[in-house]
Design a protein around this ligand. Sequence first.
Ligand SMILES: [Zn+2]
Ligand SMILES: [Zn+2]
Length: 580
Amino acid sequence: MGPPENNMDLDTLRHSCSHVMAEAVKQLWPKVKLGIGPSIEDGFYYDFDKKEPFTDEDLARIEQKMREIISKNEPFIREELSKKDALNLFKKLKEDYKIELIREIPEDKVSIYKTGKDFIDLCRGPHVESTGKIKAFKLLSVAGAYWHGIETNPMLQRIYGTCFETQKELDEYLKNLEQARLRDHRKLGPQLEFFDIYHEEAGAGLVFYHPKGAALRTIIEDYEKEEHLKRGYQLVITPHIMQAELWKTSGHYEYYKDNMYTFKTEDKEFVLKPMNCPGHILIYKSKIRSYRDLPLRIFELGTVYRNEKAGVLHGLLRVRGFTQDDAHIFCTPGQLVQEIHQVIEFVVDTMKDFGFSDMAIELSTRPEKYIGSQTDWQEATAALESALKEKNLNYEINAGEGAFYGPKIDIKLKDALKRKWQCATIQCDFALPKRFNLGYVDSDGKERQPVMLHRVILGSLERFIGALLEHYNGELPLWLAPVQVLVIPIKDSVSEYGTKIKQALEDNSIRAKIDNRNETLDKKIRNAELDKIPYSVVVGEREAKAGNVSIRRKGKGDIGTLSIEEFIKKIKGEIESKLT
Ligand SMILES: [Zn+2]
Ligand SMILES: [Zn+2]
C-alpha cells in the first residue's frame, strides 16, 4: 500500500512519468517486454526487453507518443488482484519479467495500475492522479542493464528520462547537464592529455597517467605528504601483495572476497591489497606500544585494487586500481574526540586549498547489529558530532547506517555545478583492534586496547582528480596547473632569450614550457588557451633588449609587461596563496 494518490512529490511525478514512457513504448512496439521503472535521484528510468536497440529517433518518437498520452489526461486506475489472477493476467500479456516479480511478492494481494485503453503495469504506486499532471519531461539516454543487475540474466535496454514540475526547472536541469557533459573528465582528461583509461589490451578500469596528469598527481601527493607531516602523521609504505592469511584475520577474506584479486604462487594464496588497514596494523604490532606512543598516526598514499564489475566502471570514479590518501590513527579512547576534531579540521583546510567551499556531510550511526560496547558507540558518535558542530558544519544523520564496527562521517564536496563527489571519510573502528589483538601498555601498567580511526581526506586520488577537472572545467588553479607558464618567442632570433626565461622560471620551481615552433603568434596563443595554461609570456626583440616579458593571463588576455624578476615574484606569490 502506498501513500495517498494525490501525493505530488517529485518522486511520484517522475515514477508516473516512467509509466507514461512504458505506455508509449508499448503503443509503438507492442511486443516489447517490460522490466521495472522506478524514480531515481535525477529522474526515472524504465527497462525494456527489445531486440533492436533504441535509437535517438526512437526516443523522439517515444516523447511524441508520451505527449499524446499526457494531453489525453488519462487517469491512473488502481486495482487489487489475487496473486493467481495477476499471474494469469500478465501471462496473457506475455510480460515474463512481471511474472517473475509477482512470484517474488510475499503477500497474496498485488496491485496493478491501468492507464489509457489497455496499458497495465504491476505497481505498488503511488502515482499522480492522471497523466495530465506531467508538465515537463525529457528522455535523456539509453544504456544496457542486466535484469536484476545479474550478469547471467538477459540484457535489457534502460531508457533514462527526467521530469520536473515546471518547464523552467527542467530547462535549468538540462542546461546544467549539457555543461556537465562538456566538462566530463572522461572527455577533458584525454583531450588535455592528462590520462586515458582505454587500452583494450590492458583491460578496463585502469588509469594511465600521461606526463601532465602525472604532474598534477605528483603536486597533489607532495602537498599531502607535507600537510600530513605538519599534522603529526608519519609516512609509511606497505606491500601491494600480502598472503591470504592476513586477510582472513582482518575479515576481508570472508566478507570482501568477491572484490579482491587473489592468486597462488608456490602453494601460497596471495591477495592484491584492496585496503591499506591490515598493512598499517602490522606496523603497529611490530613492537610493544605504550600509552606514550599514542596517538600513532600513520599515513600512506596507498594504491589498492578492487575487482569491480565491468558494468559499473566509470571514468576515474569507479576504477579497478586507485590510490587513497589513507591514514590510520591508533589512539586511546580518551584521545578519540581530539583526534576526530583534528581530522575534520584537516578536511576543511584541504578543501579550501583546492577551492571547494561547499560540502555535504553525513553522519552514520549505530546499526542494529554492531560490535563494541554501547558506551564506545555513544562516545565515538558524540565525538564525531561535536567536531562537526564545533566547525559549524551542517550535516545529516543517517540513523543506523554506520558499519557494524563503528560510526562514520562521509563528506562529499559540491562542485561548480552543485554535483556531489564523495571524498573524505572518518570511521571509528572497534573491530579490527580486537581481531588483531592490538594493545598498548597504559600509564597504570595495564594492557588496554587502542581505538582505530580509518580516514581519508581526498579519498581516491583518481576520483578527486576527476572532480578537480570537472569543477574547474580543466582550467586548474595556478598552483595545480601542470604547466604554469608557456614562453612564446615571437621569432627564431629571440628563442635564446625565451630559453633563458624558461630556465629562470624553472630555477624558481615554476613549471614552464617554451613554444619554439615555427607558427604564428596568434596560433601559439590560441594553443596556450586550448591547453588551459594559466600564463603565457610573449617575448620579442623589445622584451629581449629590456630584459622583461609581456604577460597574458588565461581568460584575461594581455595584462602588461614586467621584468623577469618581478614576474617571478608575482607568480610565486600567487602559487603560494593557492588563489586561482
Ligand atoms: Zn507505478
Ligand atoms: Zn582502513
